[in-house]
Design a protein around this ligand. Structure first.
Ligand SMILES: [Zn+2]
Length: 133
């Protein structure tokens, strides 16, 4: 995060890979899990997936332990933004965007990188779930 060059390379790689996630569509497994939630068979999904496909399939209560690649998060003020416009901006300008909220904040995808802790509130929600008896 401290290196401007490393952050630029991060953005270059993430934006290059972004269409893989943006164009992915839910499969039968995602749709079945959404139906199970709608029918009350499961309370929630706890996932390490970062692709947002469970939500696209219709699941409502998705706990993303590793975050999501469909959002950008400011590492300084915590604001979150839809990834699409910022990816598009980087691809057009080749400049790493700054946080629109705090103006100078460092942005990265809202995924959990090596060395980052799991999001406390998501982990707490996952721990609060109880198996159906
Ligand atoms: Zn910010």
């Amino acid at each position: 995060m401290a290196s401007e060059e490393a952050r630029h390379e991060y953005w270059r790689q993430k934006c290059e890979a972004h269409p893989d996630i943006a164009n992915a569509r839910p499969n039968q497994g995602h749709r079945i899990l959404a139906k199970w939630e709608q029918n009350g068979l499961i309370q929630a999904l706890i996932t390490q997936n970062i692709d947002g496909l469970h939500q696209l399939a219709g699941s409502q209560n998705v706990l993303e332990l590793h975050g999501t690649a469909r959002a950008i998060a400011c590492q300084d003020c915590g604001a979150r933004f839809d990834a699409e416009p910022m990816v598009r901006e980087f691809l057009e300008t080749k400049r790493v965007p700054s946080c629109p909220n705090c103006r100078a904040g460092r942005l990265k995808h809202a995924t959990i990188s090596f060395g980052q802790a799991l999001p406390r509130e998501v982990l707490a929600s996952a721990m609060d779930l109880r198996p159906a008896l």
